[in-house]
Write a protein that binds this ligand. Structure first.
Ligand SMILES: Cc1ncc(COP(=O)(O)O)c(C=O)c1O
Length: 398
C-alpha cells in the first residue's frame, strides 16, 4: 500500500513535533510554480539568467585537471579552510568585521543555519519572536522544535522595535528574536538605521539571542548597506547567510557567524544533520569569490532585480484599484501588497491561478493566522515582459 498523507496510516507513529501546524508550507508555494503558462509572482527563486553556468563548468574542469581532491572529499564540519577564509574576507569587506576562526561555520544554506540554531537552543514551549510577517521557512524551522512563535509587527521601516520593547517590558521572555533586517522576505522592507542599535540593546538587557537572517542583504539596489546587527553586536547576534541569491541555490551553501561558544554548539549540531556542507560547492564558491566573479554576478543581479522591481511597481501603480497599497523595496525579491477592504487573499490566490497568475496569500507568513488581506509578490523569477500582463490580470479580480 502506498502511504500518502491522505491515508494517514503512520500518523500515530509520527513524532509530536511533526504534528504541529507545520503543514506543507513551502512545498505548496513551490507547487504553484509547476503549473504551465503561469505568470508567477509566487516563489522566491533567483532568476536563472544570473547563474554562472559556464564559469562553474570551467572550475570543474580545472579541479579535475589539477588533480584536486578536497572538492570531492568530506570536509571538516566547520568548513574547508580556504572557503572559510573567503567567507571571513567577505564579512570583513561587506560588514566591516572579520570573525575569529571559532565564530564562523559554513552551512548547507541559511535554512540549515536556522535548523542548527533551533536544534541547539529550543525546547518544546520555548518562545521565539519573529517579525509579522516573516520568512515561511523560519516559521517551519522553529515550529519543528515545538517552539511557540510570537509575531511582532513590522512597518515600512522594519520590525517595530518600540512594540517589541513594550512587550518585553510587559513580561514577554523570548529565547530568540528572529529578524531579516535587509530587504525582508516577504515584506520587502528594511530595518531603519535608528532601530538597529536599540534592538541589539534590548537583546543585551533582556538576555535573548538575535538571529539575523541576511539572505537578501547583498542584493540592495544601491551599493551602500546599513550596519548588520551582527557587526553592531557580535556578542548577542547569530547571523545566518546564504549564497543562494548571490551564486546559485543548486549549491546549498551559507554561513552562520556568532559568539564562539554558540558557534561551537552549531558545529556540534551539524555533525548529525549533514556532517559537513558539500565540499564541491564550498570550493566552487571559494574560487568564484577569489576571482571576483561573485562581485560581478552580484552587480548584474542587482541591476536585473532593480529593473524587474521598477516594472512591478509601475504596473501596480497603473492597474491596482483604490484601497490597495504596497511596499517599495530597495532591494531583494519581494513587494508586499495590502488588498482593498474585504478582499480575502486566499480566495484571491485561487481565482488568480484560474486566470494564470501565481501569488502567495499573506497568511502563510504569519504564525498566527493574520495577514488575510495581504499578498506576497515576488519579482525575481517572473519574466520581465509578462509583469504588466500578470498584474493587470490580478487587478481585474479585485
Ligand atoms: C529570508 C530567507 N532566509 C533563508 C532563505 C533560505 O536560504 P537557503 O537557500 O540558503 O537555505 C530564504 C530563501 O528563500 C529566505 O528568503
Amino acid at each position: 500500500m502506498t502511504v500518502t498523507p491522505e491515508t494517514g496510516r503512520w500518523d500515530s507513529l509520527a513524532a509530536a513535533r511533526t504534528r504541529g501546524d507545520v503543514g506543507d508550507g513551502i512545498a505548496s508555494v513551490l507547487a504553484l510554480l509547476g503549473l504551465p503558462d503561469l505568470i508567477s509572482f509566487a516563489g522566491g527563486f533567483p532568476d536563472p539568467a544570473t547563474f554562472p553556468r559556464e564559469r562553474v563548468a570551467t572550475l570543474l574542469q580545472e579541479f579535475v585537471a589539477a588533480g584536486e581532491m578536497s572538492a570531492f572529499q568530506y570536509a571538516p564540519t566547520r568548513g574547508l579552510a580556504g572557503p572559510l577564509d573567503v567567507f571571513a574576507d567577505r564579512l570583513e569587506s561587506l560588514q566591516g568585521r572579520r570573525p575569529a576562526e571559532d565564530e564562523l561555520l559554513i552551512t548547507s544554506g541559511a535554512i540549515e543555519a536556522l535548523e542548527l540554531v533551533g536544534k541547539s537552543f529550543l525546547d518544546p514551549g520555548d518562545l521565539v519572536v519573529v517579525e509579522g510577517p516573516t520568512y515561511l521557512g523560519a516559521i517551519q524551522a522553529f515550529r519543528s522544535f515545538e517552539a511557540e512563535l510570537v509575531a511582532v509587527p513590522l512597518d515600512e521601516h522594519g520590525l517595530d522595535v518600540d512594540e517589541l520593547e513594550r512587550r518585553l517590558a510587559g513580561g514577554l521572555r523570548p529565547k530568540l528574536v528572529y529578524s531579516i533586517p535587509d530587504h525582508q522576505n516577504p515584506a520587502g522592507v528594511s530595518l531603519a538605521a535608528e532601530r538597529r542599535a536599540p534592538l541589539v540593546e534590548l537583546a543585551r538587557q533582556y538576555r535573548f539571542l538575535i538571529i539575523e537572517d541576511v539572505a537578501y542583504r547583498e542584493l540592495g539596489f544601491a551599493a551602500d548597506a546599513l550596519p548588520s546587527l551582527w557587526s553592531l553586536a557580535p556578542d548577542v547576534v547569530v547571523q545566518a547567510g546564504t549564497t543562494s541569491k548571490t551564486f546559485c541555490p543548486g549549491v546549498r551553501l551559507g554561513w552562520a557567524v556568532g559568539p564562539a561558544d554558540i558557534s561551537a554548539r552549531l558545529v556540534s549540531a551539524k555533525q548529525t544533520t549533514d556532517q559537513c556542507a558539500g565540499a564541491l560547492g564550498q570550493r566552487l564558491f571559494e574560487e568564484s569569490a577569489r576571482r571576483g566573479w561573485i562581485d560581478e554576478q552580484v552587480a548584474l543581479s542587482r541591476a536585473l532585480y532593480e529593473r524587474k522591481c521598477e516594472r512591478l511597481l509601475a504596473a501596480l501603480e497603473r492597474f491596482m484599484p483604490e484601497g490597495a497599497h504596497w511596499t517599495r523595496p530597495q532591494g531583494g525579491f519581494f513587494s508586499w501588497l495590502t488588498l482593498p477592504d474585504g478582499v480575502d487573499s486566499a480566495e484571491l490566490a485561487r481565482r488568480a491561478v484560474e486566470r494564470g497568475v501565481g501569488i502567495v496569500p499573506g497568511t502563510l507568513f504569519f504564525p498566527d493566522g493574520r495577514g488575510t488581506d495581504t499578498v506576497r509578490l515576488s519579482f525575481s523569477l517572473v519574466d520581465e515582459a509578462l509583469i504588466d500582463d500578470g498584474i493587470e490580470r490580478l487587478a481585474s479580480l479585485l
